[in-house]
Design a protein around this ligand. Structure first.
Ligand code: NAI
Length: 808
């Protein structure tokens, strides 16, 4: 007989299996091969191609899934297009009722969804039941609210149109809800392609949504692998692509959509740091690590896969972690007492195994629990790698499995440096009992989400998305809505050239040409500047000669020489980017300080009004020149005003925490200014960027750059720190690609030709910089809606959500 204390020591959980039958019955009722869901009905694949989807816990086939070909994708896009106008016209309240109904249906069928998800994906039922599915319902509830409020809160926005959405296999239904709920709320219709390993809950959702009264064509589901995804990405009649998945595929999609006019949001990979300071509560930290890297078998884009621990507590943490790992249970995902389920597929298991072996080969020490994993199905034990150098493969590459590396640091500054030593920037967590330290570190981490003393918490009210190569755009929260709307004024404008297909797609919409600022005959004023000077470049706060030593004549509107400007080259651009990086103090200067500098620039510009009017009058009528100058001064005031008012939010997430949504500068932004409105175009783009703390390398109007070069002296006398604004004159076609491809430039705006837009978007894929291009669409820079405001400030910032829990 064993004693009670012995029983406590040896006690084991018995199996507590959840029944698979309801999900298997649904599959059987659909012949084990449901097909695509198009226009409110099941559809067989036109090419007759099918593949098997497998239960990763036992390797056995669950169902047959249709491989979507061109005809299927066409049919789905056509259905979505046909349904869109009416869906949008339902209005916010009408759509809110549908989204609310969807939320209710998800709750009603929650167990069926959870079982189907665990069968198809291999995640523990505890997670699908208690985390995934409740969050799915929450997303539909939350966005029912945004539909209701859209007309009031986003009065200048309209739906993008038809949205193609491509999602991964790690959170199949949750990613569906993150994509579909905001898209529908804003009046878009959807073609969704689930991942080939996990299509079943999307198909189940589509049928249940239809039963709940969602009109045909509003949500279409096309199954298939990457080839199907590619067909959707390149489809001419899709207005936006929203993608979650690997950085490699994200990059392909960026290139494939370049210049097409499709809006794009990408949520990509990560290698998120988990930073532990020595005053942290180590027992909480251990549970945090369990959530960070063993949740969903570590197949989580924001998994805390790099533990960075302060030296003094490193050994103690390793000991505690090993003890905890020994207690984890790996096994049947449908067993309610299991912590870690199955890896999605053999290919992923091989990848994890190979990377762990590589870690070992590169010198890491591997620790795994003493017990072994089930032999049937695809399982991998929780794994801790120590003695890892920051440059090691396992410290840099996304493993996407239950494998964590641990490194140590000495000081907070070193922690930040190590944490940011990655090309990714999806998430980070910080563990310390000192709120001061946590809130000092959080803004310094290059990540879209920072969790303080918690990890892997998500909510529909808080935006989620990356910095750097983890992608761009946010899902959730007010900030996520921007991905599914476009400015209403675009419907009123025409394209300057027609390379893009967007206009064709929107051919049903009313168009009228925008008013233009230029195209007038010259008026020569007696005060015109002398023509014999050659304007230099403006780099690092100094006027410098161009590297190549060439200059170009500038002609006024009558064809007479108006002066000369330096012809910048790639070396000058590189110098300008370097100067901009050195001026990083601007990003952390106070908003009050930035506002003062902008007011001062406006004041100094006003002081030299006559000189600028004279200059501008060489290219446009004096009346227009005067109004351009006046508007430029006003616009500087506008952004001086916004500098300390573009506030973040405190999101109402349903946990005991405050979630601070903070707009942060992108970093260095390259701006190819519009050719028209030589002064106003420059001011309207550079001012919002610097107001938000960015530094800028601007290419002024290539045709009429002299107003920009005259501005040097204004900038020099306005307390603007050197390097915050750099201006490089010269041909855009030569300079723009250098900026767009530069790895140290975080954002690139282009307000010129459609061909330039294609080039900027394509070249940006290297470091996944944020781009903003007009596809050749001309803005009316004199217009208060098109030429200034929140659209500019949104593009000049990215939102970081900082989660701070409270309570004992
Ligand atoms: P993936 O990026 O290839 O797949 C994601 C989705 O994109 C799937 O629906 C897939 O069918 C689709 N797709 C693939 N190629 C496409 C293309 N050329 N055009 C359009 N759509 C395409 O990810 P995969 O192969 O499933 O996993 C590979 C690695 O990616 C994993 O080992 C993991 O490291 C990472 N990954 C990261 C995820 C994240 O959320 N950050 C999610 C899934 C995978």
């Amino acid at each position: 007989m064993s004693s009670i204390s012995e029983i406590f020591e040896t006690m084991e959980y018995g199996p507590a299996p959840e029944a698979a039958a309801p999900a298997l019955d649904w599959l059987a009722a659909h012949g084990g091969a449901p097909g695509h869901w198009i226009n409110g009905k099941w559809a067989r694949p036109a090419d007759g191609e099918w593949f098997e989807t497998v239960n990763p816990a036992n390797g056995k086939a669950l169902a047959r899934v249709a491989q979507g070909g061109a005809k299927d994708v066409n049919a789905a896009v056509r259905a979505a297009r046909a349904a869109q106008a009416e869906w949008e016209a339902l209005g916010g309240h009408g759509r809110a009722r549908h989204l609310y109904a969807l939320a209710r249906q998800i709750q009603k069928h929650s167990r069926l969804f959870a079982v189907m998800e665990s069968l198809d994906n291999g995640k523990p039922i505890r997670e699908s039941r208690d985390i995934d599915i409740p969050l799915v319902a929450r997303h539909f509830y939350h966005h029912a609210g945004w539909a209701q409020l859209m007309e009031r809160e986003l009065p200048d926005a309209v739906a993008v149109g038809v949205v193609g959405q491509i999602i991964p296999w790690n959170f199949p239904l949750l990613m569906l809800s993150w994509k579909i709920a905001p898209a529908l709320a804003m009046g878009n219709t959807v073609v969704l392609k689930p991942a080939e390993f996990t299509s079943l809950t999307a198909l189940l959702f589509a049928e249940i949504a239809s039963q709940a009264g969602l009109p045909p064509g509003v949500v279409n589901v096309i199954t298939g692998d990457g080839r199907t995804g590619e067909l959707l990405v390149t489809h001419d009649d899709v207005d936006k692509i929203a993608f979650t998945g690997s950085t490699e595929v994200g990059r392909l999609i960026r290139v494939a959509t370049a210049g097409s006019g499709k809006k794009l949001s990408l949520e990509l990979g990560g290698k998120s740091p988990f930073v532990v300071f020595e005053d942290a509560d180590l027992d909480s930290v251990v549970e945090g690590v369990v959530d960070a890297i063993w949740f969903n078998q570590g197949q989580v884009c924001c998994a805390g896969s790099r533990i960075l621990v302060q030296e003094g507590v490193a050994d103690r943490l390793v000991q505690k972690l090993r003890a905890r790992m020994e207690m984890l249970r790996v096994g049947d995902p449908l067993d309610k007492a299991v912590d870690i389920g199955a890896i999605i597929a053999p290919v992923q298991l091989e990848k994890i195994t190979r990377l762990v072996q590589q870690g070992k080969d590169e010198g890491a020490t591997i620790w795994q629990p003493s017990w072994s994993c089930p032999t049937e199905g695809y399982f991998f034990p929780p794994t801790l790698l120590t003695n890892v150098s920051p440059a090691a493969t396992v410290a840099q590459v996304e493993i996407f499995g239950p494998v964590v590396v641990l490194m140590s640091f000495r000081t907070p500054a070193e922690a930040v440096e190590l944490a940011n030593n990655t090309r990714f920037g999806l998430a980070a967590s910080v563990w310390t009992e000192s709120i001061n330290l946590a809130l000092d570190i959080a803004p310094k981490l290059a990540a879209g989400t920072v969790w303080v003393n918690c990890t892997n918490v998500f909510d529909a009210a808080a935006g989620f998305g990356g910095y750097r190569e983890s992608g761009f755009g946010r899902e959730g929260g007010r900030e996520g809505l921007a991905e599914y709307v476009r400015p209403r004024w675009e419907d009123r404008t025409d394209r300057a050239d027609d390379r893009s297909t967007v206009n064709a797609r929107r051919s049903t919409r009313v168009s009228r040409p925008a008013s233009r600022v230029h195209h007038t005959s010259p008026v020569h004023l007696s005060g015109s500047p002398p023509i014999d000077r050659t304007a230099k470049l403006y780099i690092g706060g100094k006027q410098v000669r161009p590297d190549g030593g060439y200059s170009d004549p500038v002609l006024d509107a009558s064809g007479t020489s108006a002066g000369e400007v330096s012809r910048g080259n790639r070396k000058d651009i590189r110098n300008a980017v370097e100067a901009a990086h050195k001026a990083r103090g601007w990003a952390v200067s106070t908003a009050h300080n930035r506002a003062q500098v902008l007011y001062y620039i406006a004041e100094n510009l006003a002081e030299r009004a006559e000189e600028f009017v004279a200059r501008l009058s060489r290219t446009e009528e004096t009346r227009i020149a005067r109004s351009e100058l006046e508007l430029s001064i006003q616009r500087l005031y506008t952004y001086a005003a916004w500098a300390d008012k573009w506030d973040g939010h405190v999101h109402h997430t349903p946990y005991r925490n405050v979630t601070l949504a903070m707009p942060e500068a992108l970093g260095v932004i390259g701006i190819a200014c519009p050719d028209e409105a030589p002064l106003l175009g420059l001011v309207s783009t550079v001012a919002p960027a610097i107001a938000m703390g960015n530094r800028v390398v601007a290419l002024p109007s290539a045709r009429w750059p002299l107003a920009a070069t005259d501005l040097y002296q204004v900038l020099e006398t306005s307390d603007l720190p050197g390097g915050v604004v750099n201006i490089v004159t010269g041909p855009h076609d030569e300079l723009r690609p250098v900026l767009a491809a530069h790895d140290d430039v975080e954002g690139m705006w282009h307000f010129g030709s459609a061909a330039g837009a294609e080039e900027v978007e394509r070249l940006s894929a290297g470091n996944m910089k944020r781009t903003w291009v007009g596809y050749g669409r001309r803005r009316d820079w004199t217009d208060a809606v098109q030429g200034e405001g929140s659209e500019f400030l949104e593009h000049a910032t990215q939102i970081k959500n900082i989660w701070v829990p409270y309570g004992e």
